[in-house]
Design a binder for this molecule. Structure first.
Ligand SMILES: NC(=O)c1ccc[n+]([C@@H]2O[C@H](COP(=O)([O-])OP(=O)(O)OC[C@H]3O[C@@H](n4cnc5c(N)ncnc54)[C@H](OP(=O)(O)O)[C@@H]3O)[C@@H](O)[C@H]2O)c1
Length: 333
């Protein structure tokens, strides 16, 4: 089969599209012939050596949709040809609150989805939501799962509440906006780009602020009404400001830190009695519930760019450029 493989660390240009043996499904696994994959910041971090436990060579890629192609021993309830999306969280375990020791994410060291075929445990395979085309289905899994758990499971966002979503250009944050609007919440979003803010308004954002154009962006939000919850993957100075902005008794769910470490004021947290909630990926129940919300509300993931697998280097560079809005999808079929 053809796959995008990494043999050495450096930058995205180290990815090579090459022939490699197609995997055979072990007992309890299914093999999926992939139609499309999608990229996450993790894939770029791996090419640069900025991820723990990198094992080379590897096939990155955590997101994918395709058709079941072969069944390992003991697999029932699935048939070859079934159209599926993949839950990228491997081995979460029985506790909904926290992953089990030894769990991991599809796409290094477990061979990932930037390939014509991938093998995954049968329980990681779910029917593709009927209203989604191939590209939008591929865009959904990792970012959708991360956003759903942070926003709904951890921050417990309710209809009628207001949520702050900084950096709407992020793939995860685009899902946070879609999910917040789908459940009837009010959404405040920030971005470094007026064009992205315009796109966010088209998706239902109620209040928008350009944090790059105005270094005092947080002051502009003081009059936007009480903020019940915030969801953040940007870290750094932005996270410190978020803690100041959220109302007394509010919740802040943190799933990433693209902007690095944050210098936070303990006062904002203890005086306002904030709930600070760490969140990462999600449980099988989160994935199932996320798919149910997407299907019930006919949510359409935001796809910002589509590349063929042969152009994987350009695809990862697009992700790193910061110019994208939503997900970068890679066509494989
Ligand atoms: N724990 C998990 O399970 C998990 C899952 C997925 C991702 N992550 C992590 O979460 C982070 C986000 O991932 P991603 O793939 O969705 O997006 P990403 O591509 O890393 O997000 C880039 C976007 O972040 C925004 N941003 C950057 N600096 C910012 C700042 N100072 N203030 C506000 N926004 C800022 C920008 O939005 P604008 O362009 O709008 O300015 C930028 O386009 C990454 O660090 C990733 O590793 C963690």
């Amino acid at each position: 089969m053809i796959a995008a493989r990494l043999h050495s660390i450096g930058d995205p240009s180290h990815l090579r599209v090459e022939e490699t043996p197609a995997p055979e499904p072990a007992a309890g696994e299914v093999r999926v012939r992939l139609h499309a994959a999608a990229l996450n910041r993790r894939d770029a971090f791996i090419t640069r050596g900025l991820y723990p436990g990198i094992a080379l060579p590897c096939t990155p890629g955590s997101d994918g949709c395709g058709a079941v192609d072969a069944l390992g021993a003991g697999v029932s309830g699935l048939r070859c040809g079934d159209e599926v999306v993949l839950d990228p969280m491997l081995g979460w375990g029985p506790n909904r609150r926290i992953w089990a020791e030894g769990s991991g994410i599809l796409g290094m060291p477990h061979p990932g989805t930037l390939a014509q075929f991938v093998c995954v445990p049968a329980q990681n395979v779910y029917a593709r939501p009927a209203h989604l085309d191939i590209e939008r289905a591929a865009a959904l899994p990792l970012a959708g799962l991360t956003a759903y758990r942070a926003l709904i499971t951890r921050a417990r966002l309710q209809a009628g509440e207001t949520v702050l979503i900084p950096g709407i250009g992020s793939g995860v944050q685009s899902f946070a906006l879609l999910f917040a609007k789908a459940i009837g919440a009010r959404a405040i979003v920030t971005s470094s780009s007026d064009e992205k803010l315009e796109r966010a308004r088209a998706l239902g954002a109620d209040v928008t602020v350009n944090y790059a154009a105005d270094p005092q962006w947080f002051k502009a939000l003081k009059g936007a009404g009480p903020i019940d919850a915030a969801i953040d993957g940007s870290g750094g100075e932005t996270l410190a400001r978020i803690l100041d902005l959220v109302r007394p008794g509010g919740r802040v769910a943190i799933y990433g830190g693209t902007g690095g470490d944050a210098k936070i004021r303990p006062f904002s947290i203890f005086w306002k009695q904030l709930d600070i909630l760490g969140s990462s990926m999600g449980s099988p129940e989160d994935f199932r519930d996320m798919l149910a919300l997407v299907s019930e509300k006919r949510i359409e993931p935001v796809v910002g760019a589509v590349f063929p697998l042969a152009d994987i280097v350009a695809a990862v560079e697009r992700l790193e450029s910061g110019a994208n809005f939503g997900k970068v999808v890679v066509r494989i079929d």
